[in-house]
Design a protein around this ligand. Structure first.
Ligand SMILES: Cc1cc2nc3c(=O)[nH]c(=O)nc-3n(C[C@H](O)[C@H](O)[C@H](O)COP(=O)(O)O)c2cc1C
Length: 194
């Protein structure tokens, strides 16, 4: 069974990002896909030190368990949905720490995240989605991940804590629904061809 991993980069408990990533995962046909959710809330992932140690070892020289836990889940997944709250028009720094390190280890291993399917979700109260969304898209692209489209960018407009806003953003939810439909089609096609 193909696995889809959803990661929320928000450190806010029961936040909007978590709500939307979970929402996306629940849309997958659970008889065909195994879904798993990971929140970075409660985890400590240090930033990349730029030591280039992964160039020779194919693993990160920093031995923090939280990074390795999430990184292994990313490697094992066939599908990846990565959500971030928008902070000053950017992706959350702890999520970027994860993506920098995971991306660099995969780059030097020559494997990237090739053949996986996925895409971003960003959440902002008002503005800055495009920058953060593009930041994640650039990460997906350089990592050789197939990104299906949707009827709009998969962004949520939400500010209040406790996911009170994300659940009300009907338009955002519809675009996520369309994205999951497309992601499902691509993953099923890859299953047939693979
Ligand atoms: C440090 C910080 C910076 C933020 N920057 C922006 C921003 O640039 N644009 C925006 O619309 N909202 C901004 N927000 C609001 C969050 O993006 C918004 O509350 C979002 O719903 C948080 O997602 P979460 O509930 O998953 O943590 C910021 C919030 C914080 C704490």
């Amino acid at each position: 069974m193909q696995k889809v991993l959803g990661i929320s980069g928000s450190l806010r408990e029961n936040g909007n990002t978590e709500y939307l990533v979970r929402y996306a995962l629940e849309l997958f046909d659970q008889t065909s896909f195994k879904t798993e959710f990971i929140s970075l809330q409660g985890l400590t992932i240090r930033p990349c030190r730029g030591c280039y140690g992964c160039k020779n070892t194919e693993e990160c020289t920093q031995k923090d368990d939280d990074f390795n836990f999430v990184y292994q889940k990313m490697v094992e997944a066939d599908g990846l949905i990565i959500g971030s709250p928008v902070y000053f028009s950017s992706v959350h720094p702890q999520l970027m720490a994860l993506l920098d390190r995971a991306g660099f280890v995969r780059l030097w291993s020559g494997k990237r995240f090739s053949g996986k399917v996925g895409g971003p979700i960003t959440v902002a109260r008002r503005a800055g989605h495009n920058m953060a969304f593009a930041q994640l898209l650039l990460w997906f692209f350089i990592n050789d991940i197939i990104v299906p489209g949707s009827s709009y960018w998969t962004v949520g407009v939400a500010g209040a804590s406790g996911a009170r806003d994300a659940a009300k953003d009907e338009e955002g939810l519809n675009h996520i629904r369309r994205f999951v439909e497309n992601m499902t089609k691509v993953m099923k096609a890859l299953r047939v061809w693979g």
